[in-house]
Write a protein that binds this ligand. Structure first.
Ligand SMILES: [Zn+2]
Ligand SMILES: [Zn+2]
Length: 124
């Protein structure tokens, strides 16, 4: 494993961690000052291809990177500050796409995004 990949992987650790590439870059630079944003992007893409990291589209904001690949989960998004939480919804086992809406796709997964306002944002 390259030093860059190790540093990026170390930055992306923990629960409810959903960092933008810029945030990963900032944290990685504290360890490896010469690491460039382009290197962070290509390393993140490698980790996503390897299945080590999930890539999440959070509304209009930048893509977020999530190291929690071992436990299947969905996300809860604050529409104001962008805070993302890992959640495991109940009762979604029966969520299926009717065959007449497959449009020839081989369907391999589904992502659910719950949206709202976090406690701090709901107060203001
Ligand atoms: Zn918020
Ligand atoms: Zn997550």
């Amino acid at each position: 494993m390259t030093a860059q990949r190790r540093v990026v992987a170390e930055v992306l650790v923990g629960e409810h961690v959903h960092l933008t590439a810029e945030a990963v870059h900032l944290a990685a630079r504290a360890v490896l000052p010469e690491i460039s944003l382009a290197t962070v992007y290509s390393t993140l893409n490698e980790l996503v291809d390897m299945g080590e990291v999930l890539e999440i589209s959070a509304g209009n904001g930048p893509r977020r990177y999530d190291p929690n690949t071992t436990i299947a989960h969905q996300h809860l998004l604050c529409m104001r500050c962008g805070t993302l939480r890992d959640v495991t919804p109940e009762g979604n086992d029966s969520l299926t796409l009717p065959p007449d809406q497959h449009y020839g796709f081989q369907v391999v997964g589904v992502d659910i995004m719950f949206r709202g306002f976090c406690p701090a944002c709901a107060e203001t």
